[in-house]
Ligand binder design. Structure first.
Ligand SMILES: O=C(O)CCC(=O)C(=O)O
Length: 324
């Protein structure tokens, strides 16, 4: 994100989502992935079981009641946020492993890593009168020049209806392919309108930001994001979910939050599997796992090289000619 771009400068979006970007929950996964390839994002309506959304909202309410409003342009001055959502809500943990989201992550992240991890979790409740957030790329927490491939996949779940006036996420379709300096014009932005329980899925290289809440009610969203397993997670999941907490989670979720190898020999603890700390694996003194070793040969290389004349590092993806 650029500090030079203030919330005042955030362009107003046109309301309509581009054709071919909104899908019902039972749409073929290939169509959803094709839309994300083309536009950088897609919406899947009514993707979450309404009972899970109710349960997660009820789990979060007591925390939100205690939290202070944001204090920066980026965080908003009428917005309440909480993090570490997995520790706060078993329902959130189930939503985090939604099969459509996992398949999208498999498609975009798994070619470049042995496994992906949960990167960051936030509940974002825009209050009435909140102004649009500055437009940014989530993965600009990594010092990368654009265009760059997706290194993260984000979801924004509508925990309340996203209406045309309550601040549904503004997105710049196609911006996953834009040059580093290009900023969206107002006509290049769309506002996400979707019913409660729906999800906006977008790539980490897509320009976006929360919208203006011109309604007299809140707009509650839950963002759950995933990153390549060899990158540091934005939210420190190991301090947020220490072994005593992690061991209460389903084992697949333990692995998703990071109690697993992020690659071959990447992330061992005391020369063993991180799951040994939660009692889910024997301490076998192996610094890698059968799964990590088996997966490493299919991983396509990221070629990180300084771009000629550039001040910053750029990342170029190429296929290894030897393996295609
Ligand atoms: O709340 C939203 O719609 C998007 C928020 C966002 O992009 C962020 O806080 O980084």
């Amino acid at each position: 994100m650029s500090a030079a771009q203030s919330a005042d400068a955030a362009p107003l979006p046109s309301p309509a989502m581009p054709p071919g970007t909104v899908f019902p929950a039972d749409a073929p996964i290939a169509a959803i992935i094709a839309a994300i390839e083309e536009h950088g994002f897609a919406v899947v309506t009514h993707a979450a079981d309404p009972a899970l959304v109710d349960a997660a909202n009820a789990d979060f309410d007591p925390y939100l009641d205690k939290v202070q409003l944001g204090r920066t342009d980026f965080a908003g001055f009428k917005t309440r946020r909480i993090n570490n959502l997995i520790a706060k809500s078993p329902a959130c943990g189930r939503i985090a492993m939604h099969p459509v989201v996992m398949q999208v992550c498999d498609h975009f992240l798994l070619p470049h890593c042995v496994r992906y991890h949960l990167h960051v979790t936030s509940l974002i409740e825009l209050g009435p009168g909140e102004r649009a957030q500055e437009i940014h790329r989530d993965q600009s927490i990594y010092p990368v020049r654009y265009p760059a491939p997706p290194m993260t996949v984000a979801t924004i779940w509508a925990m309340e209806d996203f209406t045309p006036i309550n601040g549904g996420t503004n997105v710049a379709p196609g911006s996953h392919r834009w040059e580093h300096e290009r900023k969206p014009q107002p006509h290049e932005m769309v506002a996400t309108v979707m019913p409660r329980g729906s999800v906006l899925i977008y790539l980490g290289n897509v320009l976006h930001g929360s919208g203006t809440n011109a309604s007299n009610a809140t707009r509650r969203a839950m963002t759950l994001q995933y990153n390549l397993g060899w990158l540091r997670q934005e939210e420190n999941q190991y301090l947020s979910l220490p072994p005593d907490v992690a061991r209460t989670l389903p084992v697949e979720l333990q692995k998703l939050v990071g109690y697993d190898f992020g690659g071959s020999y990447l992330g061992f603890v005391e020369a063993g599997h991180p799951l040994a700390l939660t009692g889910e694996a024997p301490h076998d003194m192996a610094r890698t796992s059968v799964e990590a070793e088996a997966a490493k040969d299919r991983v396509e290389l990221f070629d990180i090289a300084p771009a000629t004349g550039a001040k910053h590092t750029s990342i170029v993806v190429h296929r290894d000619p030897a393996t295609g």
